[in-house]
Design a protein around this ligand. Sequence first.
Ligand code: F0G
Length: 432
Amino acid sequence: MEARTDFRCPACGDLLEIAYPNWSDNSARPQSVVLTDLWLRRRASPLPLDQSGVWRFREILPQEIGEAEVVTLREGNTPLYPLPRCAESAGVKHLLAKHQGINPTGSFKDTGMTVAASVAKQQGFRWVACASTGNTSASMAAYAACAGMKSLVLVPQGKISWGKLSQALDYGAVTCELKSDFDGCMSVLNQVVERMPVYLLNSVNPYRIEGQKTAAFELMEQLNWQVPDHVIVPGGNLGNSSALGKAFFEMKQLGLISALPKISIIQAEGANPLVRTMRETGGKKLIAVHPETMASAIRIGNPASWKKAVCVLETTGGTVEQVSEVEIALAKAEIGADGVGCEPASAVTLAGLKKLVRQGFVKPAESVVLILTGHLLKDPEFTLKFHRGDLFAAGEAQVFGIAQAQRRPLVLEATADAVISTLEDADRDCQP
Ligand code: F0G
């Protein structure tokens, strides 16, 4: 398992950058059943490495990281939830959500950060850095602190949620709010990295992608290696869709699965560079945009990993779609009403699914997995504004049926009678 090869997109042959164990020599290749058994058994082990939902899959991770160097907060091992009411409203029978928001810092970023932070530690870096719309910075700051490294965070001023900003501060990052957007922060950081010995932890870092891959392996384990028809993922800087695509290519190559799911990527209408790139250039040339969306995590106009995302779309037969601000907010409240909840950027998946069903791209009998990327509590301001009716202008809310999804807090006299009468009213309202 020492020898390694580069990995190329099966569709266009483009180098997808990252090498992985070369098992083309059959004598060195572990049998798939041995691997799946080993990964499952590790869940019962008390060792930190085995308890991590990333490192228990270490056979498919870069082999050069010493076990003693691993920085883990026991990430991964996230639940796969049914979404029965969302399924009904989208018009599909089988709908599941892989909730990557149930990670130590509340987003999928932890699965990649554990690997990349371990590399930074092994290489002896004192400083790690990222530009972020909030989740990467929260995650990086936590893993850096855990490893005894310093962290530098660049975020767009006033454009990330308070929840995420407060995480970076609490985990001890040097946090700079720049008068720019994410893409501007990224370009400043690239200049800093050229001049200072800091280790870049954005998703262009290949080790992040390797760690994020494990979510797909874990998903397939949870589905007993039966491939769903569709996997739907939000698109921002497009690292995650690339990671999931790579994971499915590898699983197929390893004989763990027999087919690929269609991986589709959903963006906000106001931050839709991939949608425009596919529709206007057939995926040949990036069309960057000036991003604007309340789903601040995916407020990105110039995504770094767009080429890899195009490869994933073309190879798996997935599609791209864009959704409006109102559609995002409504989908978020619906995911909440299934008892699951997520942050706005994750809800684009359900909003996108509804469109794909209407277009006939997703058939009612097909199985669908939504990748929920961040926890509901990441952006409480958005949620409160939505339910209080402050997120949209009144007319907009009526037209799109938002009002029915709103659950306002009720201010009552402190008496049992007042509460009971409210309860009775609510009960009448929900009778069939
Ligand atoms: N969902 C959430 C909650 C995110 O935080 C991000 C990206 C995405 C989806 C999109 O993933 O960039 O891999 O396509 N957040 C980054 C950050 C950019 O800085 O936290 P992607």
